[in-house]
Design a binder for this molecule. Structure first.
Ligand SMILES: NC(=O)c1ccc[n+]([C@@H]2O[C@H](COP(=O)([O-])OP(=O)(O)OC[C@H]3O[C@@H](n4cnc5c(N)ncnc54)[C@H](O)[C@@H]3O)[C@@H](O)[C@H]2O)c1
Length: 277
């Protein structure tokens, strides 16, 4: 197991991607601190980890609130002695473009993704330095942080910001041997998220892509070079690798788990090619 003896704090533990990553890290031996503004998501994620044989605590916390984040990092230390792995994944989706986005919604969305990652990074890093832990941090991006997506201004801006936040923090924390990387998911197969929500006994709103209007592929997997969408368990394997000592010389990189989406030449349609045979 790659993460035996390590403690991972994961934010945004809904039954979709971050819940899948939390369970995946636990399968590799990590104990978990599950953090979400929705107490049910934090609690059910922790319960699932415990039922799989690892230790876990749930913390209801708004990632934008410095006092709550300070308390969460302290609680992790009280429960498990400190944090080795931080994964910043808490997110607000809000499909509005620059012409339609109200200022208060822009502030809230960018605050959750950027300020949330900033606060947890700052406080977890201080704890790692104080405790002499050579930790690992991972910020969850999106292919929408690499490319221009219409009608998603707060999201694409925050995710693009997190890419360079990752590189800046990686440089600053290198002298403490704390590694900081990012992981880029993309449009995600919803089967696992729906199954996990059922297993946890929680409501999860489910499909994201259906909430957009006009101009999108009816079946997004046809636009992907691998002709398939990734699932949370694919991201979990990549996160476990980045967090583990196997990645000890990797810092400041973005690991894309996107079925080839970002590497694709824009006028090539992989779906049309596979339809021809
Ligand atoms: N779903 C996708 O297709 C997709 C694609 C690319 C990247 N991502 C990224 O993967 C990560 C997880 O996505 P998901 O689909 O599982 O999202 P999700 O909406 O299911 O989960 C996001 C979680 O963040 C929590 N949250 C929101 N505001 C918070 C706050 N202020 N404090 C603490 N928690 C808060 C929510 O309660 C929720 O549980 C996100 O970073 C997202 O941007 C998702």
């Amino acid at each position: 197991m790659k993460l035996e003896g390590k403690v991972a704090l994961v934010t945004g533990t809904s039954p979709n991607i971050m819940g899948g990553i939390a369970e995946g890290l636990a399968e590799e031996g990590a104990d978990l601190v599950c953090v979400d503004i929705n107490p049910e998501y934090a609690e059910q994620c922790a319960k699932s980890v415990v039922s799989g044989g690892r230790r876990a605590i749930a913390i209801a916390c708004d990632v934008t609130d410095e006092a709550q984040v300070t308390a969460a990092v302290e609680q992790a230390k009280e429960a498990f002695g400190g944090v080795d792995i931080l994964i910043n994944g808490a997110t607000v989706f809000n499909w509005k473009g620059v012409l339609d986005m109200p200022l208060d919604e822009w502030r809230r969305q960018t605050d959750v993704m950027l300020t949330g990652a900033f606060l947890f990074t700052k406080l977890a890093a201080k704890q790692m330095i104080d405790l002499g832990r050579k930790g690992s941090m991972i910020n969850i991006i999106s292919t929408a942080g690499h490319q221009g997506e219409p009608g998603n201004i707060g999201y694409g801006t925050s995710k693009g910001g997190l890419l360079n936040f990752t590189r800046s923090v990686a440089m600053e924390l290198a002298k403490y041997r704390i590694r900081v990387n990012s992981l880029t998911p993309t449009a995600t197969d919803r089967t696992e998220g729906l199954e996990r929500a059922k297993r946890w006994g929680v409501e999860w709103p489910g499909p994201r892509l259906g909430q957009r209007s006009g101009g999108w592929l009816a079946d997004p997997s046809t636009g992907s070079p691998l002709q398939k969408l990734p699932s949370p368990s694919h991201y979990a394997k990549a996160a476990a690798f980045l967090a583990s000592d196997e990645a000890e010389m990797i810092t400041g990189v973005d690991l894309r788990v996107d079925a080839g989406a970002i590497a694709k030449y824009w006028i090539w349609d992989p779906g049309a090619e596979s339809a021809q045979g």
